[in-house]
Design a protein around this ligand. Structure first.
Ligand SMILES: Nc1ncnc2c1ncn2[C@@H]1O[C@H](COP(=O)(O)OP(=O)(O)OP(=O)(O)O)[C@@H](O)[C@H]1O
Length: 343
């Protein structure tokens, strides 16, 4: 286990600032999820920690020791990348034990440690198989086993589950979390699946254009996103901006939102209520229902308010009685307004 820390990391490629002054601590034994749109710098940050990318400036520390002079193989970092390549001609046990062989671990100990880690990823019976005789999820477990068998101080995972289909992916998320807990290893995980990041992480960090926009415990960041980017990136948020008045927030169409705390507020899609009749709620807006999307347990209503797209998420029965499209009322509780810092 180890604390990983970056200080003012900058990496540019021509005019692109892939990392723009990243200062961040990844807690000892924690599961840290890095999130951000495509091209925001997630992979570059992982590669800089691993030592594959040399930053223009700034430093990486592992347990308070700077690592710029420590080569990749000596950083004691385990890695699982998106396209983890297993050696096709080696058995599962051979693949997992390879790193130990390179480190000249004696055969008997090697065998014991490979068996131990295969048990941990629940592949104890499959050590003699070749990679092509495994399912995608099993291959992913082998890649995990291979990354942790050398007992690294840090585990870096770059979209390790993205090749798996949805149901296997969810199963593997639970597995991954269990394995990480059992081994207790400091883990930094890159994903662009926000649900995955929220499920797995003790802490999340959100990157945008190479900058760290926010970090903290998932619930804290979700409940109090602070800025419009984070509010819309994490979950589905509807933004409303207007002019603050003593009585509330005056929107462009003249509607007054009583109790709005700031000039820009967000309302989560799950907190919007839709009714055909005018509600008694103090906060209410006239909007147009454009589309109702059925998606199993939860459904989505796509709405339009004065040219702004809005979204409401709910169970199908919440939307029962609504037409496929047409004029509706929107309302929400004042407690569900999230104050945001800028418009
Ligand atoms: N070797 C490179 N040469 C030139 N530009 C690069 C290189 N590696 C990354 N970049 C650029 O740096 C930026 C950050 O890339 P990075 O791969 O870190 O993003 P990401 O958040 O991991 O994206 P994705 O989610 O698509 O994998 C992008 O604009 C990318 O084009």
């Amino acid at each position: 286990m180890a604390v990983v820390r970056t200080e003012g990391l900058v990496k540019t490629y021509g005019a692109t600032r892939a990392l723009d002054d990243i200062t961040l601590t990844f807690p000892d034994g924690g599961f840290f999820g890095l999130l951000g749109p495509s091209g925001s710098g997630k992979t570059t940050l992982l590669r800089a920690i691993a030592g594959f990318v040399i930053p223009d400036s700034g430093r990486v520390f592992i347990d308070d020791a700077p690592v710029e002079n420590v080569p990749v193989e000596a950083r004691e970092i385990g890695m699982v990348f998106q396209n983890y390549a297993l050696f096709p001609n080696m058995t599962v046990a051979g693949n997992v034990g390879f790193g130990l062989e390179v480190r000249k671990v004696p055969a008997a100990e090697r065998k014991r440690r490979v068996a131990e880690v295969l048990d941990l990823v629940q592949l104890g019976e499959l050590g003699d198989r070749k990679p092509h005789e495994l399912s995608g999820g099993q291959r992913q477990r082998v890649a995990m086993a291979r990354a942790i068998v050398t007992r690294p101080r840090v585990l870096l995972l770059d979209e390790p589950l993205s090749a798996l289909d949805k149901s296997l992916r969810v199963e593997m998320q639970i597995e991954l979390k269990r394995i990480q807990r059992e081994v207790g290893i400091t883990t930094i995980f890159v994903t662009h699946d926000q649900e995955e990041a929220l499920t797995l992480s003790d802490q999340i960090g959100i990157l945008r254009d190479g900058r760290l926009v926010r970090h903290g415990p998932p619930r804290e960041v979700y409940d109090n996103p602070r800025d419009p980017f984070t509010a819309q990136f994490l979950g589905e948020a509807n933004l409303f901006s207007g002019t603050p008045e003593p009585g509330g927030l005056r929107l462009a169409d003249g509607t007054l939102i009583p109790g709005a705390p700031t000039a820009t507020i967000a309302v989560r899609a799950e907190d919007l209520r839709i009714t055909l009749d005018e509600p008694a709620a103090p906060i209410r807006l006239r909007a147009r229902l454009r589309q109702r999307i059925f998606a199993g347990a939860m459904g989505t209503c796509v709405l339009d308010w004065r040219g702004n797209p809005l979204k409401a998420i709910g169970r199908d029965q919440d939307f029962a009685g609504l037409p496929a499209q047409g004029d509706v009322w929107l309302s929400w509780d004042s407690a569900d307004m999230i104050p945001l810092s800028e418009g």
